[in-house]
Design a protein around this ligand. Structure first.
Ligand SMILES: [Zn+2]
Ligand SMILES: [Zn+2]
Ligand SMILES: [Zn+2]
Ligand SMILES: [Zn+2]
Length: 405
């Protein structure tokens, strides 16, 4: 039992740990930036001109404010200053699936989460004691149902509203549990004290996308978590007719936030609306840069450069790399150079067609496509992910981690 509890906690920590990278997406116009303090985008010169270069004197701020707020918001090193990581490394090829992405994908972590909310939001008494019990009850129930997906879900209970969130194992989407949501909810309720059995059924996995909006003035939003959602919702609805479902500070620590004049805010909204608010959005009358938040883990293979640890949304490569031959073209454009190709590779995509166009893995240089299971880099990535998953130690929160690392 203790082992199971430990596993559950580890899983939850791990999920946090994995879901930390935020990067510029939406492409070319968005500079890569450090996420924590990013006052504005260079590509929005106009907006930049409107922004105060220095804080207004005599402005009242929180008592916990640091003595010296940054004079120049740009003093922080931005990503542009760093060498792109993809340039020298051997890109790896990814899955053979869809090689192109026309719009931001849901974040991976979002696809791995399930939430059960209380009919009347309220803290769950002794939540930390209940977590392992609920976790075991759900695991047992899933096993009883013959669930083929991993049954060891990571659990977290929100201390404020009692929401129970479950995170699935890496590589497993929450959608795989769709058939078991009712019995899972029953198992959850059965574990709870009578007075707390008001949980609504786990809804299907959320499809919202998270977007980070940088350079939000704390003066406009206040430093309060609770009012943030209300204020952001109103502003984005008025300005863009976009309905957000949540808003939070990227920097979770209010004390750290008070040392800054600007902060970054993460909002969730329907994926179809993402392009309305990226790569820039009008908030409180000013243009702010915004990027789709992406998540990654060791096995995430980019479908643009076919390297690991980032999705296409976070790719810094300027050109696509072919996962079959390492050429500078997309997978769909891959053709054999030989008109006499015995497998008609000159007419369609065929990996390992003939000696004229051998496969070359961009990740390891081997004679296989970059998405091949035999690739040593892929095998290592999987091992890394497993080690990460198994490691039982507290992990930093997403806010602790900088995108530039
Ligand atoms: Zn890439
Ligand atoms: Zn090719
Ligand atoms: Zn060929
Ligand atoms: Zn390889």
């Amino acid at each position: 039992m203790d082992t199971l509890v430990a596993t559950v906690k580890t899983l939850s920590n791990k999920a946090k740990h994995l879901s930390t990278n935020v990067a510029a997406s939406g492409g070319k116009t968005t500079p890569q930036v450090s996420i924590l303090q990013r006052p504005q985008t260079k590509s929005y010169a106009e907006a930049a001109a409107q922004l105060p270069k220095t804080p207004t004197k005599g402005r009242k701020r929180s008592a916990t404010q640091g003595p010296t707020p940054p004079k120049n918001p740009k003093q922080k090193q931005t990503k542009e200053a760093r060498a792109p990581e993809d340039t020298s490394a051997t890109p790896a090829k990814g899955n053979n699936e869809n090689a192109t992405v026309s719009r931001p994908k849901n974040t991976r972590i979002a696809k791995r989460r399930l939430y059960a909310t209380r009919a009347t939001p309220a803290p769950l008494p002794e939540a930390s004691k209940l977590e392992p019990k609920i976790s075991m009850a759900i695991t047992k129930e899933l096993q009883k149902c013959g669930c083929s997906a991993p049954t060891n879900l990571q659990i977290q209970i929100n201390p404020t509203n009692g929401t129970v969130s479950l995170t699935t194992a890496p590589g497993t989407e929450a959608a795989e549990y769709t058939n078991y949501l009712a019995p899972m909810t029953t198992a959850l309720s059965a574990t709870l004290p009578e007075a707390a059995r008001d949980y609504k059924e786990f809804p299907r996995a959320p499809t919202d996308t998270q977007v980070v909006i940088h350079g939000i003035s704390l003066e406009a939003t206040s430093n309060e978590k609770d009012s943030l959602y209300t204020v952001m919702k109103e502003s984005l609805f008025l300005g863009q007719q976009v309905n957000i479902s949540s808003a939070r500070f990227l920097q979770n620590d209010p004390k750290i936030r008070t040392t800054k004049w600007y902060t970054s805010v993460v909002v969730s909204l329907p994926t179809d609306d993402v392009e309305k608010i990226t790569p820039a959005v009008l908030v409180f009358g000013r243009h702010k840069s915004s990027v789709v938040m992406w998540h990654s883990n060791p096995t995430k293979q980019c479908r643009k450069c076919y390297l690991y640890r980032h999705p296409e949304e976070g790719c810094k490569a300027t050109k696509h790399t072919c996962p079959i031959c390492s050429g500078e073209h997309r997978l769909k454009e891959h053709r054999c150079a030989s008109p006499a190709c015995r497998k008609k590779g000159d007419k369609k995509i065929v990996a390992n067609c003939c000696p004229v166009t051998p496969s070359k893995c961009i990740a390891c240089g081997g004679n296989h496509p970059a998405y091949a299971a035999e690739c040593a880099i892929k095998i290592k990535a999987k091992a890394d992910a497993k080690a990460h998953y198994d490691r039982r130690r507290p992990s930093p929160t997403p806010e602790d981690m900088d995108i530039t690392k």
